[in-house]
Design a protein around this ligand. Structure first.
Ligand SMILES: *Cc1c(COP(=O)(O)O)cnc(C)c1O
Length: 229
């Protein structure tokens, strides 16, 4: 059986190889360990192996882990569906939110971010493949929403996030991620100071890095198959 530290190292090696293959500095691609459904003992193992940033999809589970592991000084990213009635817990506990796709929840996060905390880093989630079932703002509506988010207090718009339709086809993976990169370039040309492209998971991180990902969100390749969700 492969140990967690070995799987983590293997993912970091995949990231480095993918970056070098397209002439990028491996240090420009961060690894977010998606730890949803895994118990805190497993997160402790990953932290002991050097992993600092963790992604959670369920509010109560995530808030519990943040509290239990506070002494480790980890960085916490919320990547799941945003419900209006749970924004306060997220604003109080997390450092990043990747799944902002409407102004209302961002306004709530802005109002509820404790003054004692640094601004909450945000990514705008964009639905690049246009599937009705996927969350995220459409490519057409994203620029107006991005500009609106920049004006909110206690928040800092860092970039864009996407979760495209799963595909085993390299060119199709590249196409989806390219749409997010092109949108990011357009917004930067408009003057938005974005530094983050959150895209790529266990099965498609190489394609995402080839299209400019600065942060890949990886669960299964580090922790193994999840038994739920
Ligand atoms: C679960 C999840 C991931 C990780 O997916 P893996 O295939 O396990 O690497 C990444 N991003 C989001 C938004 C997720 O919900």
């Amino acid at each position: 059986m492969t140990t967690l530290p070995a799987k983590l190292q293997a993912v970091l090696a995949r990231i480095a190889r993918a970056a070098r293959q397209c002439g990028r500095d491996p240090a420009d691609v961060r690894l977010l360990a998606v730890s949803k459904t895994w118990p805190v003992d497993v997160l402790r193992q990953a932290a002991a192996a050097g992993q600092r940033a963790f992604g959670e999809s369920f509010v109560h589970e995530g808030v519990g882990k943040v509290a239990e592991l506070r002494a480790l000084g980890l960085e916490w990213h919320f990547i799941g569906a945003l419900q209006s009635n749970k924004t306060r817990l997220i604003a109080e506990s997390f450092d990043w939110v990747h799944s902002v796709d409407r102004l209302g929840v961002a306004q709530r996060l802005a109002a509820q971010r404790p003054a004692s905390r640094p601004p909450l880093s945000l990514c705008l989630q964009v639905n690049v493949s246009g599937e009705a079932t996927k969350r995220g703002v459409s490519l057409a509506d994203a620029p107006a929403l991005a500009h609106a988010l920049v004006g909110l207090p206690a928040l800092r718009l860092r970039g864009l996030m996407t979760l495209p339709a799963a595909s085993d086809d390299w060119l199709e993976q590249r196409r989806a991620f390219r749409r997010l990169r092109e949108l990011s370039e357009q917004l930067q040309a408009d003057g938005l100071p974005l530094d983050t492209l959150s895209m790529g998971m266990s099965h498609d991180l190489e394609a995402a890095i080839a299209e400019g990902a600065t942060l890949v969100r990886v669960g299964t390749a580090i922790f193994g198959e999840r038994h739920r969700v």
